[in-house]
Design a protein around this ligand. Structure first.
Ligand code: AMP
Length: 401
């Protein structure tokens, strides 16, 4: 896959109508419907400002939540319009529909330097189906397409990929940064290249492990998924998370690592508990045991300190680090220590450090290490598919440089 894609800076946008796919999928308070974090709106501002300042008329669009093709007032993008206009210091014109008469009329009348927002794309079921007519109707309002919603580039939807069949397509600054940094890590990494994988299930990361083994010097496996690997080594893992169907896969991956000369590090000690905390942040009694000596009636819930030191040692000298997934049940403060120590090691690493979206990104933010990481990805699913080496439809559709 070619990661060298044209961005807004590679084309002339002056006097052009630009269809800009943003990620305004912001979290809303369940009761008040207020925006609880406007990070994604703030993140979209640089590309929007660049386009407006360079004489484009911007037709922004996004999805919000999961309306599943139905018109749901509580998932209207209206709250985003208000917040975005505050950040831009100018009016954001709001269309009452997506490709209907109101959107078309407002798009036709839009002047350079003005911005409008279409209603929630997923109010129309044709968006997620990548319906060509729907994509064409979106494209017909504009002359250029800019993709700046990294969180959805792994989806072939009308607004993320379909429209590129009808318009010259380039990336905005967010997508450019994600694709540039992650693309370099996968295609031409500075070495040693260390990947850290954690999280609950082996099955979620099967292809990621397989693909990364082709590229990395060291692969570190922690979190719930480590126990199936430990079981595959013949260890007693007690009542830890276990995926019986993936034991052979884990054996294959360990053999592949050995054949390729890739170091595969697993937890050497483990924090165990009698049961899963309920609620998840409830106080819990723990003890630390060797990974080869997990009691039959206990479950592994975090990496131990010896493991954290082993992992930190490998991370310290890395020139490229990619991290996806927590090292334990980090939602519980007692079981968050391993994730915290790994986050510290990644933050202290002087190489390029990339943290995949989702839980590991949340952990890094919670701990206040975000500014010490080269890049915290905004897309959980997208960054995982990136690491799997899968072609991302929303990136593949952009013009090559
Ligand atoms: P993922 O979505 O695959 O990144 O998994 C994240 C989830 O994995 C978090 O909710 C963690 O609580 C959970 N997790 C991490 N380690 C363990 C473990 N040892 N046992 C059970 N769940 C775990």
């Amino acid at each position: 896959m070619n990661y060298n894609k044209k961005s807004v800076k590679d084309i002339d946008v002056k006097g052009k109508k630009v269809l800009l796919r943003c990620d305004f999928n912001v979290p809303l308070d369940k009761k008040t419907k207020e925006i609880t974090s406007d990070k994604r709106i703030v993140a979209a501002v640089p590309t929007i400002k660049y386009l407006l300042e360079n004489g484009a008329a911007v037709i922004a669009c996004s999805h919000l939540g999961k309306p599943k093709g139905e018109w749901k007032e509580d998932l209207s993008l209206a709250p985003v319009v208000k917040r975005l206009s505050e950040y831009l210091g100018q009016e954001v014109i709001f269309a009452k529909d997506i490709i209907g008469d109101d959107a078309k009329a407002k798009a036709a009348a839009l002047q350079p330097g003005q911005i409008m927002l279409l209603e929630n794309l997923r109010f129309d079921k044709r968006e997620e189906k990548n319906d060509p007519e729907f994509a064409k109707a979106l494209a017909d309002m504009a002359e250029v397409y800019v993709s700046d919603a990294f969180g959805t580039v792994h989806r072939a939807h009308a607004s993320t990929a379909g429209v590129a069949a009808y318009l010259p397509a380039v990336s905005g600054f967010l997508v450019e940064k994600e694709v540039g940094i992650m693309g370099k890590a996968l295609a031409d990494p500075d070495r040693p290249f260390v990947a850290i994988l954690g999280g609950a299930k082996v099955s979620d990361k099967l292809n990621v492990i397989n693909n990364l083994l082709e590229k990395v010097d060291t692969i570190i496996i922690g979190g719930g998924m480590a126990y199936t690997f430990l079981a595959a080594k013949g260890y007693e893992i007690g009542t830890s998370l276990f995926d019986a169907e993936k034991v052979d896969y884990c054996k294959d991956m360990m053999a592949k690592a050995e054949a390729k000369g890739v170091k595969l590090l697993l937890p050497i000690d483990t924090v165990v508990t009698k049961e899963f905390p309920d609620p998840i942040n409830a106080p819990i009694e723990t003890k630390t045991v060797e990974s080869s000596a997990i009691p039959a009636d206990m479950m592994g819930m975090d990496i131990g300190e010896k493991t954290a030191a082993l992992f930190a040692d490998a991370i310290k000298t890395a020139k490229t680090v990619v991290w996806n997934g927590p090292m334990g049940v980090f939602e519980n403060p007692t079981l968050a220590k391993g994730t915290k120590l790994v986050a510290e090691a990644v933050a202290a690493c002087e190489g390029t450090t990339i943290v995949g979206g989702g839980d590991s990104a949340a952990a890094v933010e919670q701990l206040g290490f975000e500014s010490k990481i080269t890049h915290v990805s905004t897309g959980g699913g997208a960054s995982l598919e990136f690491l799997e080496g899968i072609e991302l439809p929303g990136v593949a559709c952009l013009l090559d440089r």
